[in-house]
Design a protein. Structure first.
Length: 287
């Protein structure tokens, strides 16, 4: 199979499995990069060459993070196991173990400085909505006009992770900003998409990341913070306000509540819990 046909079949196999548009675009970009790197039919690529690509080239030369290397590894496995139907030895191409890292949460001051740095009204609207509704970046760019339920003050998320649908909260401030965006920008919205680029096409995820980095620099905020940090801040605030974890899980679109419980560990109200030792000694003194 030529690499051109491989790419064509890759797209068919992803369509048959119902991959989200975001995943399909991501897999396609990675697959083209992999094919271009080796410059020969993928069935001729040896396991040794694949190991070098993952360990020496991506991790060593390009200094790509372990999580991103795992993503490339997943694409490679999909190419061989599914597209080529030519299984490879996964033991020779192991995944990096996932390291659990607690997210760094933006403080109220940092959020305020960041939002004030957003001088483009549309992007400010999007970033405040991500924070106010707990959206993923791809969910924000895919919002359509019909998804805005002003009567019940909620947002319908149709393109969630794993193609799952859900409702989340719609802040009053976001509703007003969305209405203003609709008035300010193009009256024609292809397929009903709310946010469009200069050409009138639906806004792309990468474009949103570009503007986030621009405003992050302007606000003087650490580069550790990414667009997803706004979603983390939303989740943590709800935990601090005492909202039940089950409800937060549904708003976030998590499949497992264990993912939601991560925010319990970073919520500031956890720091206000008295130590069992302090309680013990206090009671002892009172006797």
């Amino acid at each position: 199979m030529t690499n051109k046909k491989l790419i064509e079949k890759l797209q068919e196999d992803m369509d048959m499995r119902g991959f989200s548009n975001y995943t399909k675009d991501s897999y396609l970009r990675k697959a083209k990069e992999i094919v271009e790197y080796f410059g020969k039919p993928m069935r001729q690529v040896t396991t040794k060459e694949l190991r070098y690509f993952l360990l020496k080239y991506l991790r060593g030369e390009k200094q790509i993070g372990e999580r991103s290397v795992n993503y490339y590894n997943s694409v490679i496995r999909f190419i061989y196991d599914v597209v080529l139907d030519y299984p490879i030895n996964h033991k020779q191409l192991p995944m990096y173990k996932k390291k659990r890292k607690l997210p760094k949460i933006l403080s109220e001051e940092e959020l305020n400085v960041f939002f004030n740095a957003c001088d483009n009204y549309m992007y400010k609207t999007i970033f405040m909505m991500i924070y106010g509704s707990g959206l993923r970046i791809s969910e924000a760019t895919n919002i359509r006009i019909d998804d805005i339920d002003s009567k019940n003050m909620r947002l319908f998320v149709r393109n969630g992770k794993g193609e799952k649908e859900r409702y989340t909260v719609l802040p009053k401030a976001s509703l007003e900003m969305l209405r203003e965006c609709y008035r300010r920008y193009r009256p024609n919205h292809p397929e009903g998409y709310m946010f469009l680029n200069r050409e009138g096409n639906p806004l792309k995820v990468e474009r949103l990341r570009v503007f986030f980095r621009r405003y992050r620099r302007k606000a003087g905020i650490s580069e550790d913070f990414i667009v997803h940090s706004l979603r983390h801040a939303f989740s943590t605030r709800l935990v601090e306000e005492g909202i039940p974890l089950v409800q937060i899980k549904e708003l976030l679109g998590h499949s497992c509540i264990r993912s939601t419980m991560m925010y319990v560990h970073v919520a500031s109200n956890m720091q206000k819990v008295d130590s069992s030792l302090d309680i013990f000694l206090k009671k002892k003194e009172e006797k």
